[in-house]
Ligand binder design. Structure first.
Ligand code: COA
Length: 387
């Protein structure tokens, strides 16, 4: 029995910053951001969007096309948690009107969180083939105004339905995992912004990629040429470019061109949305499906990296007719309809969102009808509403 991704939905908030504007404001050469980092825009979450609301909005993209009664598991991976105890997934479950019998919880290991959820869901569906699982990655990457990491911020969520006989990507058996207890990126409880040693993190990411990619190929007796595409966790697109260069080292021209072309397709959404931590790898996958023109049966490698640090490489095979399950025009429209912020507007929105509103204050969303949003707290209980 094949188990894999049957549905996929992307959400990003309705505001963005243009990297050329940011470069000018920070006295940097725009090409450093556009080429050196590889980002052209970044989505900005205002105070009304958080891990819960974005996760609901991403799942709403496909919820009307699934049998909700079959959902037996809901797992949300995030490093932008909204509570130290209660799982963000419970708020999502209520908004989606899932049955009470669903098993639901939140997982954390930096940007690896959604891959952890995918693996849990894959195993769950193998044991319960008549049930399905919703997995969500939802994050706001915040480093702070005028910091080195500012250009690698972003906000958004990817939600997927994991199911037997999937319509998009069948997940293959096996994986290669590698972990080490290191300090390349973390966020202490009292801080809304991350601490990062970006250069160190880059080195560890590439080291873990080499280790897991080589080990996976060995385990499965595969050559690099067997992969039609490799998608990467993209904290910024230059990071994936560096890993892809390693993947094609010593490969002939045809393999190199193939993996370079698919990498270009996989980075398009990330270039405009920015880093969405847990969901970044799966936004790369969606971008590949929307822009890559791959044939059914294509073998796609997936490299997941979560700082701290955990790496994993696994693969999936594209299912016949996968194109019918994605909607590039709608995703493009969501990005195109975002409001461009001036740098001073962005700084105000960003700094306001670092704090929760005073208890009892009711927030309103300026997003379009049908969007779920965080409406403030009442008696310190978070309120979620749909516009
Ligand atoms: N034109 C083109 N490229 C340029 C340029 C220009 N005018 N100026 C600089 N560059 C290139 C540099 O050569 C460098 O390329 P390289 O990485 O291939 O060597 C790149 O732009 C970045 O420049 P650098 O000076 O290294 O940038 P920085 O000191 O501002 O740091 C990050 C960049 C990415 C390390 C920093 O933004 C960061 O820490 N971000 C957070 C990363 C993260 O999220 N990590 C954890 C999750 S995995």
């Amino acid at each position: 029995m094949q188990v894999g991704i049957d549905k996929i939905g992307l959400f990003t908030p309705n505001k963005y910053v243009d990297m050329v504007d940011l470069a000018h404001a920070r006295n940097q050469d725009p090409n450093k951001f556009l080429i050196g980092i590889g980002q052209s825009e970044m989505s900005v979450a205002d105070q009304t969007q958080d891990a819960v609301s974005m996760g609901i909005n991403a799942t709403m993209k496909y919820i009307d096309r699934i049998d909700k009664d079959k959902v037996g598991l809901l797992v949300l991976g995030t490093e932008s948690g909204i509570d130290q105890s209660k799982s963000a997934s419970l708020f999502v479950k209520t908004a989606l009107k899932l049955k009470p019998e669903v098993r639901t919880f939140e997982v954390k290991e930096a940007c690896f969180g959604l891959t952890a959820a995918v693996m849990i869901a894959r195993d769950f569906v193998r044991v319960h083939p008549d049930q399905t699982a919703i997995v969500i990655g939802s994050d706001i990457a915040r480093y702070g105004v005028n910091t080195g990491g500012e250009v690698t911020q972003g906000a958004g969520s990817v939600s997927m339905l994991i199911k037997a006989d999937p319509k998009i990507l069948a997940l293959n058996d096996g994986h290669s995992a590698y972990s080490e207890d290191i300090n390349d990126f973390w966020r202490p409880n009292a801080s809304r912004v991350a601490m990062v040693d970006g250069k160190y993190s880059t080195q560890v990411y590439l080291d873990f990629f080499k280790k897991t990619f080589n080990d996976y190929k060995k385990q499965k007796n595969l050559e690099t040429s067997a992969f039609d595409a490799i998608v990467y966790h993209l904290p910024f697109t230059k990071m994936g470019l560096k890993a892809n260069r390693i993947a094609v080292e010593d490969q002939d021209q045809a393999v190199t061109e193939n993996l370079e072309t698919s990498f270009e397709a996989s980075k398009q959404l990330s270039r405009r949305v920015g880093n969405i931590y847990t969901a970044s790898l799966y936004m790369s996958l969606l971008s590949l499906l929307e822009n890559g023109n791959l044939a059914a049966g294509s073998l796609i490698g997936l490299f997941s990296y979560g700082s701290g640090a955990m790496g994993e490489f696994y693969s999936g095979s594209l299912v016949e007719g996968y194109e019918k399950e994605i909607d590039q025009i709608k995703d493009q429209a969501m990005l195109d309809h975002r409001k461009k912020l001036t740098i001073s507007e962005y700084e105000d929105v960003f700094n306001t969102a670092l704090e929760d509103p005073e208890d009892g204050v009711v927030l309103e969303s300026d997003d379009k009808e049908g969007t779920w949003y965080f409406a403030g707290t009442q008696g310190h209980v978070r309120q979620y509403k749909v516009k």
